[in-house]
Design a protein around this ligand. Structure first.
Ligand SMILES: NC(=O)c1ccc[n+]([C@@H]2O[C@H](COP(=O)([O-])OP(=O)(O)OC[C@H]3O[C@@H](n4cnc5c(N)ncnc54)[C@H](O)[C@@H]3O)[C@@H](O)[C@H]2O)c1
Length: 454
């Protein structure tokens, strides 16, 4: 069975189905479509469907041109109609994997996608999960769903398996895990140019998975199992979380010693081996780094192991917005003012520079703590005109224009996200006091007595 599928992949007649057209799924879908594969994008968010089908983008750094081209050439379309799943030879799942309110994995999106695929599963289909998750998800959650999928007229099960009325993995269908390594807006790397780790449930599954991904990805890296691939993704993100926590801790220590942590990290980064630079900031943000490590913490409990490094890093990183507000209070104090009653302008709402992604952004936490201290808070972000509703926050706030007149109103300007578009000299000239959590002003050559770092 897999030979038939491999042939279809090779001659590009295989149809690709992508479930979840977000930051990860949409660029992947466009990659397959632009390589000539008919690609169907599935999403439950019906608002996105007409936008994409009219060739427009809803994510700032994903250019409409690419969508338009693939829509016009009829290689890509989006739909919320999951009865079309059997049209796809390869189904790739790119749905969210957040934490619930108890900081435990919320894999309901994966489960819902799995149920949909199982409902329409047919012989010869390949399924790959890309969502970041704990080791075991593919084999413990998805595999049983597909093995026990209802055999319908459309399933095409003919082999010996029809006696047992079960789909057999590696024979009737193929299953793999391949983590996404998207770095939104990175000019050097995009979906196609980032090597991709792949783990199949069986050797046939791996063979099919590699064939599928080799069509669009510069390099595939096979590993022995989906578990190993799931763990690889978590290692990558835990490594970042821990190293960011380390420089955040050093920032607090060095600050007391009157040493500038950014200067020290830049100096250490000149070592040509054995050191990778990580920079401090106002707290962790984004869909991955603040969340994924706790997927492992949760799973490790099943094995009676506590993940001390992960917890400690989480503790330090979570404390960062509080530290920044503490520093803001100290800075105001120098000017005989208090945060209580002051007007604060936060620069940058998204979690990372030059993108519009608000997920887990520390700016939202900063607003909350500053308000608790009695400050009146506004924000500016060229990419976020209005603060969206998130799982935790629902602010009714719009971005304030960075005009001379507006800036004169604020007692403190607090830089949270160092967008490239910011004119740091103009901001300095028109602010009373500045607190910079990214060292952006100094990097832009600003020297000023009203500039402080946190
Ligand atoms: N954004 C990143 O930079 C990044 C990087 C690496 C890994 N990841 C991982 O990739 C996964 C997806 O992340 P994302 O950033 O693309 O999320 P996203 O929120 O941008 O997109 C997910 C999409 O899935 C849709 N969706 C949810 N449930 C669905 C369902 N049952 N069927 C069909 N569509 C459904 C949502 O409507 C949304 O459009 C997550 O596990 C994340 O951890 C993300």
């Amino acid at each position: 069975m897999h030979n038939q599928l491999l042939k279809k992949i090779e001659n590009k007649t295989a149809v690709i189905g992508i479930i979840g057209l977000g930051y990860v799924g949409l660029p992947l879908a466009l990659e397959y479509a632009s390589k000539g594969f008919k690609t169907i994008g599935f999403d439950i968010d019906e608002r996105k469907i007409p936008i994409l089908n009219s060739g427009k983008s809803y994510i700032k750094h994903i250019k409409a041109d690419k969508i338009k081209k693939t829509v016009t050439s009829k290689k890509f379309f989006a739909t919320a109609d999951f009865t079309r799943l059997p049209e796809a030879d390869a189904v790739i799942i790119c749905v969210p994997t957040p934490l619930n309110e108890h900081r435990e994995p919320d894999i309901t999106y994966i489960e819902n996608s799995g149920k949909m695929i199982a409902k329409y599963l047919r012989v010869g289909q390949f399924v790959s999960l890309e969502s970041s998750t704990y080791p075991g998800t593919t084999e413990e959650i998805l595999l049983p769903m597909f093995e026990n999928a209802p055999i319908t007229q459309n399933s095409n099960v003919k082999s010996q398996n029809s006696k047992t009325k079960k789909f057999v993995v590696g024979k009737d269908f193929f299953l793999a895990f391949s983590p996404e390594r998207e770095d939104p807006n990175n000019p050097k790397y995009s979906t196609a140019t980032i090597p991709k780790v792949v783990g199949g449930v069986t050797s046939e599954c791996l063979k099919v998975a590699l064939a599928i991904y080799n069509q669009v990805i510069v390099k595939t890296v096979p590993v022995s199992s989906p578990r190993a691939a799931e763990a690889t993704k978590l290692l990558e993100n835990i490594y970042r979380s821990i190293n960011i926590a380390l420089v955040n801790e050093l920032k607090m220590v060095f600050e007391r010693m009157d040493i500038d942590v950014w200067e020290v990290v830049d100096a250490a980064a000149t070592k040509p081996f054995g050191f990778q630079a990580f920079y401090p900031g106002p707290g962790l943000g984004g869909h991955c780094i603040p969340i994924d490590p706790f997927y492992l913490t949760w799973k490790a409990r099943e094995f009676e192991i506590s993940t001390k490094f992960i917890e400690l890093a989480g503790e330090i990183n979570t404390f960062m917005p509080y530290y920044v507000v503490e520093k803001a209070g100290e800075v105001m104090n120098k000017f005989k003012k208090s945060l209580n009653g002051s007007k604060v302008l936060i620069l940058g709402a998204s979690y990372k520079k030059d993108i519009d992604d608000m997920r887990e952004s520390p700016s939202l936490k900063l607003i909350e703590i500053l308000r608790e201290k009695g400050a009146k808070v506004d924000y500016n972000d060229p990419y976020v005109p209005k603060l969206p509703k998130t799982r935790k926050y629902q602010y009714d706030m719009e971005s304030v224009e960075l005009s001379k007149k507006n800036m004169a109103k604020y007692d403190l300007v607090l830089l949270s996200t160092d967008h490239t578009d910011y004119n740091y000299k103009f901001i300095t000239a028109n602010s009373k006091v500045i607190l910079d959590t990214r060292n952006a002003f100094e990097r832009a050559g600003v020297k000023s007595e009203k500039l402080f770092k946190a």
